[in-house]
Design a protein around this ligand. Structure first.
Ligand SMILES: Nc1ncnc2c1ncn2[C@@H]1O[C@H](COP(=O)(O)OP(=O)(O)OP(=O)(O)O)[C@@H](O)[C@H]1O
Ligand SMILES: [Mg+2]
Length: 653
């Protein structure tokens, strides 16, 4: 504050001379204090931050235990490096000052000595700000961090009771440091000296959070007999899968026992897969497209979203590990301004997308990373093969577009880019039916983690592509850069950052390539279908004429008259010479007219052609019965025209 007063005095002194005053921007500690009040909306965000911290601490396993469906307490335990006493002290005293990605972090054991952007074992660090842990403020005011590093005889326990911003009188005073809560730290003797890891125990979960995790609102809606008119768009049916409901009055479980898509003997890794499959199996059960919002209660939705956000494996493998043997159509995206996607070519002995497209992902894991919540092992709920197909779609085979880009942004000043390079790899999966609905859109992952669900606006793509955009699932894997454009809640981006702007442009160009390819292939597929149909109908007409002629006593195939219709270019001379040779030539426009209605679509043209074939057959039958030779040429034409009119009058062509 003294500094600010000093600045005001200097400004006043200089106001008459017009001289400038140079100073630095200062951050008020209270701004950070607000952060410990919680900046997130969903419990999922807080759990996601704790999972990220375990990942950064080199954990191989994270076990999350809840007392679902009550949610009085949640424990997040990992087998990571743990916090040294110094790191614990730093955590308490430097909210908003993460030691990660700093030289200081090396001494505290949180970063890699060779590269401070990596964890000690070599994972790309997710954390950078030093506030993620305080996301728990959204769930509770009271938590403990119990941590132990290998080689020490003690584990440390930090008991934290957070205050709300306005509670502290210092907030209104002039103090620079702000008390966000009270911490008590003590040591406990550990049995196993070599054990290591951290446990975050969330106690006395807030009622608001419990209510969310218990899906209380949904159950209340289900239980209320009739809806009021205004909220009729709300879901009133119980979720197909849920953990049961709690009566907030008594705290007891209601009549609804949990309904889960697995059996109790199933292993943690099987359970999530069954959960995923259960959503896919919703196809055809209800008339609307399957959605996790309808199928799941909030708890299962949380698991789903944590699977999406965390650096865990895909439920069925990484998209770039797909092989050319899969039933997918592969394309490589172009980085040229007006470029188009090309079919991806696989060398016969190199069958993986990764190799064929020259991609670097998936990298070999330094260490596996498993997240297990209440005996359910999380996976990324996205699959690329055996996808549901929409019956009516012209194109049925899904298309997988992959690409990579490392633009040269050296022309942009460092103050704006933050100094780092931008580099990323991406896929766009087109499939006729995206299941569940929530998998439609794009996710941008930095350091293998993401704070958002699929963004269905595709980073505000403004070209209307109707259903095509609704058929795309896409992910961008950022290898370098963009981090500086990530807002502190990790759930949105700073749109003005050049990395974000470049990425947006690239994604939109990629979308254009995807939709163009879809249009082209769709056209070809429709034409093929039409040709096949035309052939079949053609044969039908031919055999009907043949049958008719055969029923005539002395039928001989070569005695059947040749019939032809003139097209516009045929000269009268040609017509006459053809007639002399015995071909029954008729004027197309007289007999048939134009049935395309002026719109020459492929289908209309096929119909026109088939009508002509029918009239040919009619003429042949009439001739075989000897009915045409009686008539003058003009009358023959008029007769055929009359028959044709009768055909058309019924709507048939
Ligand atoms: N599970 C854990 N294991 C070991 N250390 C941890 C764990 N969780 C938190 N820490 C320590 O606590 C610090 C604060 O965590 P917090 O999530 O608040 O910040 P961060 O991860 O450094 O940055 P960000 O705010 O970007 O997440 C970390 O820097 C780390 O040193
Ligand atoms: Mg963190």
């Amino acid at each position: 504050m003294a500094k600010a007063r000093e600045l005001a005095i200097r400004l006043r002194q200089k106001q008459s001379t017009g001289e400038s005053v140079k100073t630095e921007l200062k951050t008020d500690q209270r701004v950070l204090a607000r952060v410990t009040d919680g900046i997130y909306r969903q419990p999922t965000s807080a759990i996601r931050e704790l999972i990220s911290n375990a990942y950064d601490a080199d954990a191989e396993n994270v076990w999350i235990q809840t007392d679902a469906p009550r949610f009085n307490e949640i424990v997040i335990a990992d087998d990571g490096n743990g916090l040294t006493l110094e790191a614990l002290a730093s955590l308490v005293h430097h909210i908003g000052g993460s030691p990660k990605r700093t030289e200081g972090g090396v001494d505290l054991g949180v970063t890699n000595a060779d590269d401070v952007t990596l964890s000690p074992c070599g994972r790309k660090l997710i954390g950078k700000i030093g506030i993620g842990l305080f996301a728990v403020a959204q769930l509770t005011r009271h938590f403990q961090v119990i941590t132990k590093i290998a080689g020490e005889n003690y584990r440390r326990v930090a008991d934290v009771k957070l205050k709300t911003y306005s509670e502290d009188p210092a907030a209104k005073g002039e103090k620079q440091t702000f008390n966000s809560g009270d911490v008590e730290i003590w040591s406990e003797k550990a049995k196993d000296k070599q054990s290591h890891g951290t446990q975050v125990v969330l106690m006395d979960i807030r009622d608001y959070t419990k209510s969310l995790l218990q899906s209380r609102e949904r159950w209340e809606r289900v239980q209320s007999e009739e809806g009021t008119g205004e909220s009729d768009d709300l879901v009133r049916t119980p979720p197909r899968f849920h953990i049961g409901s709690i009566d907030p009055g008594t705290g007891n479980t209601r009549r609804d026992d949990a309904c889960v898509p697995w059996m109790s003997k199933d292993k943690p890794e099987t359970r999530f897969r069954k959960l995923y499959q259960a959503v896919l199996d919703e196809v055809g059960i209800s008339t609307s497209d399957p959605s996790i919002n309808d199928a799941f209660d909030n708890y299962f939705r949380m698991l789903w979203n944590l699977g999406l956000a965390s650096p865990v494996e895909y439920v069925d493998g990484h998209p770039f590990s797909l092989s050319c043997d899969e039933d997918l159509h592969y394309f490589l995206l172009s980085n040229e301004r007006r470029g188009q996607a090309e079919e991806l070519s696989f060398a016969s002995n190199k069958k993986r997308v990764k190799v064929a497209a020259g991609l670097t992902l998936p990298e070999k894991d330094v260490k596996p990373f498993n997240v297990i919540i209440d005996d359910i092992k999380l996976y990324r709920p996205v699959r690329f093969t055996s996808l549901p197909v929409k019956g009516t779609a012209a194109l049925k085979k899904p298309m997988m577009f992959v690409g990579k880009c490392k633009p040269d942004l050296s022309g942009i000043p460092e103050e704006i880019t933050g100094g780092s390079q931008l580099s990323f790899e991406a896929y766009f999966l087109w499939s006729s039916k995206v299941v569940p609905k929530e998998s439609n859109g794009i996710i941008v992952r930095i350091a293998n983690a993401s704070g958002t669900a699929f963004d269905e606006s595709f980073m505000h793509y403004e070209v209307s592509e109707q259903t095509r955009l609704r058929q795309i699932t896409a992910e961008v894997f950022v290898l370098d850069g963009l981090d500086a454009a990530l807002n502190i809640d990790r759930e949105s981006f700073n749109y003005a950052h050049p990395h974000y702007q470049f990425l947006t442009g690239w994604v939109h160009r990629a979308l254009r390539q995807v939709t163009n390819k879809h249009k082209d292939l769709g056209k070809i597929a429709r034409q093929k279908k039409l040709n096949a149909e035309s052939k079949r109908r053609h044969r039908d007409i031919e055999s009907a004429v043949n049958d008719a002629l055969q029923s005539l006593g002395d039928y001989a195939p070569d005695s059947v008259a040749e019939v032809d219709f003139t097209d516009e270019e045929t000269s009268t001379k040609e017509v006459q010479s053809q007639r002399k040779e015995g071909t029954l030539v008729f004027r197309h426009d007289v007999v048939l007219g134009d049935v395309t209605g002026g719109r020459s679509t492929s289908r209309n043209e096929m119909d026109q052609h088939l009508l002509q074939e029918k009239m040919k057959g009619v003429a042949q039958v009439l001739d075989a019965y000897g009915l045409l030779e009686e008539l003058e040429y003009d009358d023959q034409e008029q007769l055929l025209r009359a028959i044709c009119q009768v055909f058309l009058a019924g709507g048939g062509k």
